[in-house]
Design a protein around this ligand. Structure first.
Ligand code: PEP
Ligand code: MN
Length: 338
């Protein structure tokens, strides 16, 4: 249930509403809009609360929520959430933010050279996995802490913000020390303990859609993070599994428009994992920007043939540079910039 307070409601009166909500055994989440204050009443059975607040002079309207997610919904927060990353980078605003880099952190010098190249082409955030979720236990699993140190060195050298994945609740504290954005990978989208753990940190989280997850399930996973206290969640469409086997996964372009309709959170697209094919990165990136995505997550490697993971879907820096120029024109056509 969502309470919309009358414009101009004083702090004392807001506090009274919140303490009443708590007294009734619910939790209250406040969202301050430009004109109005909206309070989400979270609890299993909010009918009793409804009766009480219908009689309150400061409550303008009550909206029951039929959807299972609340804090994530547009009904709860009308304005887009814009997430400040570091320096001037903001995700969810007019600028389409490009996050680029290798699938996995490999060697330090190599990472720094890729970082410099993606920065020169216009990327503002560097990606690279130090903890890698691999289908096979025999594949390269990532460098762990050493990989995080290399990311730190690349950040110091280039000024790029860092996005890196965490797979285990025991590593969240460590990863949060190095990352500007913590990634939750597709395979962990429903690792609820991990979601609750990253929810305790004041650090933006990139939440990837699971390969078999519906949008509602993605929103519910985001709800775990928001309800644990962390409001800075960026959603990521990275393809879902369908009957089509010509690509690694199938990109759900409608997810971009639907997220925009149903949620205030930013949505970015990962054309690399969505397609698994280098040749499809450019067309899918353009489609994503045209459809309104707030950003892109693209794998780039100087020597894809030697990459320890995902070489086949990694762009060469020169192709990435070309794509960035083309994306500038697409962004402009839809009233954004890159
Ligand atoms: C990744 O971004 O490194 C990754 C493993 O992606 P996903 O979780 O989408 O497969
Ligand atoms: Mn990868």
């Amino acid at each position: 249930m969502i309470l919309t307070l009358r414009p101009g409601t004083k702090k004392k009166e807001i506090d009274k509403v919140v303490s009443k909500i708590k007294q009734l055994g619910f939790s209250a989440h406040i969202s301050r809009g430009r004109e109005r204050i909206i309070i989400g009443v979270i609890g299993v059975n909010a009918i009793r609360a409804r009766e009480i607040f219908e009689a309150s002079p400061v409550v303008e309207s009550i909206t029951p929520i039929s959807k299972p997610y609340k804090l994530v919904s547009r009904e709860f927060k009308e304005e887009d959430t814009i997430i400040p990353i570091k320096g001037k980078v903001r995700i969810g605003g007019k600028k389409v933010v490009v996050i680029a880099g290798p699938c996995a952190v490999e060697e330090k010098k190599l990472l720094i050279s890729i970082a410099k190249k993606v920065k020169a082409a216009g990327a503002t955030i560097l990606r690279g996995g130090a903890f890698k979720p691999r289908t096979s236990p025999y594949s390269f699993q990532g460098l762990g802490k050493k990989g995080l140190e290399y990311l730190k060195a690349a950040k110091a050298e280039t000024g790029l913000a860092i996005l890196t994945e965490v797979m285990d609740t025991r590593d969240v504290e460590l990863v949060a020390e190095y990352a500007d954005i913590i990634q939750i990978g597709a395979r962990n989208m429903q690792n609820f303990n991990l979601l609750k753990e990253v929810g305790k940190y004041k650090k933006p989280v990139l939440l990837k859609r699971g390969i078999s997850a519906t949008l509602t399930e993605l929103f519910m996973s985001a709800e775990y993070i928001l309800s644990s206290g962390n409001k800075e969640v960026i959603l990521c469409e990275r393809g879902i599994r369908t009957f089509e086997d010509a690509t690694r996964n199938t990109v759900d372009i409608s997810a971009i428009g639907l997220v925009e309709e149903l949620s205030h959170l930013p949505i970015i697209v990962d054309p690399s994992h969505a397609t698994g094919r280098r040749s499809l990165i450019a067309p899918i990136s353009k489609a994503a920007v045209a459809a309104g995505a707030d950003g892109l997550l693209i794998e780039v490697h100087t020597h894809p043939e030697e990459a320890l993971s995902d070489g086949a879907q990694s762009l060469l820096p020169k192709d990435f540079e070309k794509l960035m120029k083309e994306l500038g024109r697409v962004a402009e056509a839809v009233g954004r910039n890159i």
